[in-house]
Design a protein. Structure first.
Length: 414
């Protein structure tokens, strides 16, 4: 059995306008099926989605039963998934750490962990602050901005261009490719292709001219990665980092601007941005539904039948807000926003550094920002995977860009 027991009309849909407007209502529908339930994640594409926190933790740690290798996806192998399906960009197999198990995963994860660990936290804070100030300088005289398009989306793009070691002449191309890559429209496929081509060029460049950057470290790592593996490792870390970091930045700002208690405590110095981020990760997991696994054989997960070869997604958003989860505290970091188990996000510290530095910088510069959309539940971008606002419009008193020191906008940080 590889198809859902519900008709298409009765199967909850994790895509489209209705899901973007009311995701929690869809998660409630899913919970009626038990710890995991069938959902349509794209037209003609179905998957089991785990909404129970305990079941999710069980699944991600049971590597004997569940695999990350999407070549096990029966419907894809049998031609039942549309070739132009929007979910293939995130779910189709690549030779990267995200889609491997066992010894091969250990080898690729070794390289990934070692290289990411070489990113200096001080340097990362400095480039994030510098890039944030550049973006703020573009809007500071206008008195209004969209915190998504003008800031939260752009900070990690600019940061990643530097982390990867892009020369200045390639940075604009990389940012444009990333903008297309993270879109939910038809340009996403072109963005992915453009981004892969730029990564290939960058790998060749850094083989000749190595630097202190993630690309050079991957090339020279003792795991002896092939060019194809390096490209897909870099594609994975960037693709998996852009929207979640942007979304975490946006939700932290949304909480601080929307919640009077949080905003007041921050102004009084009794609340850190990190604590606001922790609450945002519990309530608004940036990766809403992901951590795709495939059962190696027919099995059961907390009483739910799991056919072999069917995609099983973790709903990080639903698991974090699971009504059955006892003693949830926003001071606890037991949430699943970063997933768990052997495939837990390898760049938690780095993502946190970017979010904190970006949020602190914009709150310092645009301290009087006010959200202009009074809806406490912003519309989300379409698609099953990310929980990210479409827009976050704000207004503030016009200020002169001269208040941002030129030295803060200059490059050359170490």
């Amino acid at each position: 059995m590889t198809t859902p027991p519900l008709s298409n009309s009765g199967c909850p849909m994790l895509h489209g306008a209705a899901f973007a407007a009311h995701p929690n209502a869809v998660y409630e529908q899913l919970r009626t099926q038990g710890p995991a339930g069938w959902a349509e994640i794209a037209p003609r594409v179905h998957a089991l989605v785990v909404t129970n926190h305990r079941a999710a933790v069980t699944l991600v740690n049971d590597t004997n039963t569940y695999s990350k290798d999407s070549r096990l996806w029966a419907d894809l192998a049998n031609g039942r998934v549309p070739q132009n399906s929007p979910v293939l960009g995130m779910m189709a197999w690549r030779p990267s750490v995200l889609y491997t198990d066992g010894d091969e995963h250990a080898r690729l994860r070794w390289a990934m962990d070692d290289c990411i660990a070489r990113i200096s936290p001080h340097w990362l804070r400095e480039i994030t602050r510098r890039n944030a100030l550049k973006l703020i300088a573009r809007v500071i005289a206008h008195g209004q901005a969209d915190l998504m398009a003008d800031f939260a989306d752009m900070v990690p793009m600019l940061d990643f261009a530097e982390i990867l070691g892009c020369p200045p002449e390639m940075t604009d191309q990389m940012v444009r490719a990333c903008q297309d890559l993270i879109s939910a429209g038809p340009e996403a496929a072109k963005g992915a292709a453009d981004f892969a081509a730029l990564l290939y060029h960058l790998i060749q460049l850094r083989r000749i001219q190595p630097g202190q950057d993630l690309t050079s470290w991957m090339i020279n790592h003792a795991a002896a990665l092939s060019d194809d593996e390096i490209l897909n490792q870099l594609f994975c870390v960037t693709g998996a980092g852009l929207i979640p970091t942007a979304a975490a930045t946006a939700w932290t700002l949304h909480l601080l601007l929307r919640d009077d208690d949080y905003a007041g405590n921050l102004a009084a110095g009794t609340l850190t941005v990190r604590r606001a981020l922790d609450k945002a990760l519990w309530e608004r997991a940036p990766m809403a539904n992901f951590s795709v696994h495939f059962a190696r054989h027919d099995t059961y997960l907390h009483g739910v039948y799991i056919p072999g070869g069917v995609p099983v997604l973790i709903s990080h958003a639903a698991a974090n807000t699971d009504p059955a989860l006892p003693g949830r505290s926003y001071d606890s970091r037991a949430h699943l926003a970063w997933s768990a188990g052997p495939h837990r996000c390898p760049a938690i510290s780095q993502a946190t550094t970017i979010v904190q530095a970006a949020v602190e910088t914009i709150l310092d510069q645009l301290w009087d920002m006010t959200l202009t959309d009074e809806n406490p539940e912003p519309l989300l971008r379409h698609g099953p995977f990310h929980q990210c606002p479409q827009t976050l419009p704000v207004t503030f008193h016009r200020k002169s860009a001269d208040r941002i020191p030129a030295t803060a906008l200059a490059g050359g940080t170490s």
